[in-house]
Design a protein around this ligand. Structure first.
Ligand SMILES: CC(C)(COP(=O)(O)OP(=O)(O)OC[C@H]1O[C@@H](n2cnc3c(N)ncnc32)[C@H](O)[C@@H]1OP(=O)(O)O)[C@@H](O)C(=O)NCCC(=O)NCCS
Length: 434
């Protein structure tokens, strides 16, 4: 059976058969539906689809990540997030996202070696990072330094060469923790710590964050595992705002550093990756369990949002939030319980029972509990989104790789519905102001 949609244009009485493929119709087929403009009687432009925020528009075919928001399912390349979080490592997940398959032992060792030996950045990057103000937000520093990498690796513009693409992918995954950690050290007024290639990816990141005068930084295994798991949980999330930013900028065929810098910018926003920072500030502001009911009333009255709740895609408990909630227990075993946890649990309990949230299907998302872990690790709120960005880098790059190899992709250029004036006559300023 051929699947199609019959559309009757009541302006003209003409019927159109629009093919349905993979549960979608092509916007270009809708564009074939035309009627005469009543004002001029000339054939008007084709019908377009109006979709602010791309709520119901597919922009690509992708085999990277699958989400079923109603059922709370998240899979990378077909593997359930729960299994990856439990038994894989961040670098293995990064390999999976980038290459599409799990690595053999040899492939994995080679991958880890490559990533480990690209962790250093050019000394001049350190120089310009030092030029930021003492209170510069680390996400601003990260965005700028990722973008600046395109000037250190001008060969990255050769995006049609697969070997070259691979090199930039390795460089970016490897250097992101270095840039992220240095932006943190800068804010702390502490010297930047160079990567230690004898350490694992996540342990090295912790070392670059916290090492002082000791010869080698040693982190608790449970902390390393928890942070590695958080990176896994953040590694990709299909066509979210920052992946879309990477794809949109990448569609101009610019180098991947410039495209990923756009992704970092998108992630910075409080409705996206900035939400975990906002959650922590919200919990601090609430201050104690007694204030939770009045805070919830304020949210219901529309005065503010319950940060860390709600999701464009998940209309069920975000599977990542479940796993993060579990990871909080491991971390708090080492660090002691974060007192804000009680407030978060109370908020969750009330919200999950309250009709306002139930009706709108608002559940905790990935950001609701992650900030509590980061804070327990002595990581300040302005760094939270940087950690998200480090975890998300393989996802952005997997999306970018898919984009540049997809023959159907074009430069991203949405349509608009023009609402302004037309055909005005310009009077030069000397006459207008006379
Ligand atoms: C994530 C988010 C941007 C998704 O937004 P969206 O899909 O555009 O959903 P909408 O903004 O249309 O929200 C739908 C309804 O739920 C309400 N809502 C959504 N998230 C809410 C929240 N966190 N607190 C209170 N109400 C919320 C909206 O007010 C709206 O109610 P209405 O129908 O009465 O107007 C949104 O849920 C949000 O702002 N959450 C808080 C920020 C956050 O945690 N972001 C991290 C995402 S991983």
């Amino acid at each position: 059976m051929t699947e199609s949609l019959t559309v009757r244009d009541n302006r003209t009485g003409i019927e159109y058969d629009v093919p349905i493929v993979d549960g979608t119709i092509r916007a270009s087929d809708i564009g074939k539906i035309k009627a005469a403009d009543p004002a001029t009687n000339e054939e008007g432009p084709g019908l377009a689809v109006y979709d602010p925020g791309f709520v119901n528009t597919a922009s690509c075919r992708s085999s990277v990540t699958y989400i079923d928001g109603d059922k709370g399912i998240l899979e990378y390349r077909g593997y359930p997030i729960e299994q990856l979080a439990e038994s894989s490592s961040f670098l293995e997940v990064a390999y999976l996202l980038i290459h599409g398959d799990l690595p053999t032992k040899e492939q994995f060792e080679q991958w880890v070696h490559e990533i480990t030996f690209h962790t250093f950045v050019h000394e001049n990057i350190k120089g310009f990072m030092q030029g930021f103000r003492y209170d510069a937000h680390p996400m601003g520093m990260l965005m700028a330094s990722v973008g600046a990498m395109s000037t250190f690796y001008p060969d990255a513009s050769n995006i049609m060469d697969p070997d070259n693409r691979h090199l930039q992918v390795v460089r970016m995954i490897a250097k992101m923790p270095t840039l992220g950690a240095w932006s943190f050290r800068h804010a702390q007024g502490k010297p930047y710590v160079y990567p230690d290639n004898a350490l694992s990816y996540t342990e090295n990141f912790l070392s670059m964050l916290f090492k002082m005068s000791e010869p080698r930084y040693a982190a608790d295994e449970r902390i390393i595992k928890a942070l590695d798991t958080l990176f896994i949980l953040h590694a990709d999330h299909e066509q979210n705002a920052s992946a879309n930013a990477v794809r949109s900028v990448g569609s101009t065929q610019v180098d991947p550093y410039s495209a990923v810098a756009a992704g970092v910018g998108a992630l910075f926003g409080p409705l996206h990756g900035g939400a975990n920072e906002a959650v922590l500030r919200m919990l601090r502001r609430i201050g104690s369990i007694e204030n939770v009911p009045s805070f919830i009333e304020g949210v219901k009255a529309g005065n503010e949002r319950l940060m860390g709740f709600g999701h464009r895609v998940y209309k069920n408990y975000d599977p990542r939030a479940k796993l993060i909630k579990k990871a909080t227990e491991d971390v708090f075993e080492v660090t002691g319980v974060n007192p804000l946890l009680k407030i978060a649990q109370e908020l969750e309990k009330i919200a999950l029972e309250d009709e306002y949230f139930v009706k709108r299907r608002l559940y905790p998302n990935v950001d609701f509990y992650s900030g509590l872990i980061y804070e327990a690790l002595q990581i300040p709120p302005e760094m939270f989104t940087v950690l998200f960005a480090i975890g998300r880098t393989p996802g952005w790059l997997a999306q970018w790789l898919e984009l540049v190899q997809d023959k159907e992709q074009k430069i991203a250029r949405p349509k608009q519905i023009y609402t302004g004036q037309r055909g005005l006559s310009f009077t030069p300023s000397e006459q207008r102001w006379a």
